[in-house]
Ligand binder design. Structure first.
Ligand code: UDP
Ligand code: MG
Length: 168
């Protein structure tokens, strides 16, 4: 079996409902390792890029608001990269079906997700669904230096006139 990486995002509803510890405990059953983790304030651009495969869906604008945290008034998510054998399927199994109503009740989405009256699946977590999606998503959400270990090929880029913030 191949060593894979997968992106997990605890969405704003997962954070606001204090499910973080529970979700991380459930995911630890996989024995996968965490190679990246950070709190992210999702921008409109990141939200649209992450969900671009759903651009034509009637719920797309609502979905963008949801992942940005507008709906739950908490403008942050927790993004993690898990690594190990068969990581994508192992995580998806614990996370459950996209539709919380159809998801196995013992899965994270089955236990904690809901469908809003406007039809958006507020399903608490994101998990990559294929190696191609995982690579695209991990590169979208994380910079190479934020991942422990070499996951994808990197290149050196010489930066000029870069302004970075430091502690004052
Ligand atoms: N989604 C939704 N309604 C749908 C399909 C998707 O609200 O009919 C939302 C849901 O939050 C889901 C996300 O859009 O997690 C991404 O959809 P995708 O089909 O990629 O499902 P996932 O990979 O998250 O299971
Ligand atoms: Mg998906």
């Amino acid at each position: 079996m191949a060593i894979e990486q997968t992106l997990v995002i605890i969405k704003p509803d997962g954070l606001i409902k204090s499910l973080t510890g529970n979700i991380l405990s459930r995911l630890s059953e996989t024995k996968l390792i965490i190679i990246g983790a950070k709190v992210v304030q999702v921008t409109d651009k990141l939200a649209r890029e992450h969900y671009k495969h759903l651009m034509d869906k009637p719920f797309f604008e609502e979905l963008v608001h949801y992942i940005m945290g507008d709906v739950h008034h908490t403008h942050r998510v927790l993004a993690l990269v898990y690594q190990g054998e068969n990581a994508i399927a192992k995580v998806r199994e614990i996370v459950g079906d996209t539709n919380p109503e159809k998801a196995n009740p013992v899965s994270i989405r089955g236990a904690y997700g809901r469908i809003t009256t406007s039809g958006v699946f507020e399903n608490v977590v994101h998990a990559s669904s294929s190696p191609e999606d995982a690579e695209h998503e991990i590169k979208l959400w994380f910079r190479p230096a934020e991942i422990v270990g070499l996951v994808y090929p990197m290149k050196d880029v010489v930066m000029e006139k870069v302004i970075e913030q430091e502690w004052a």
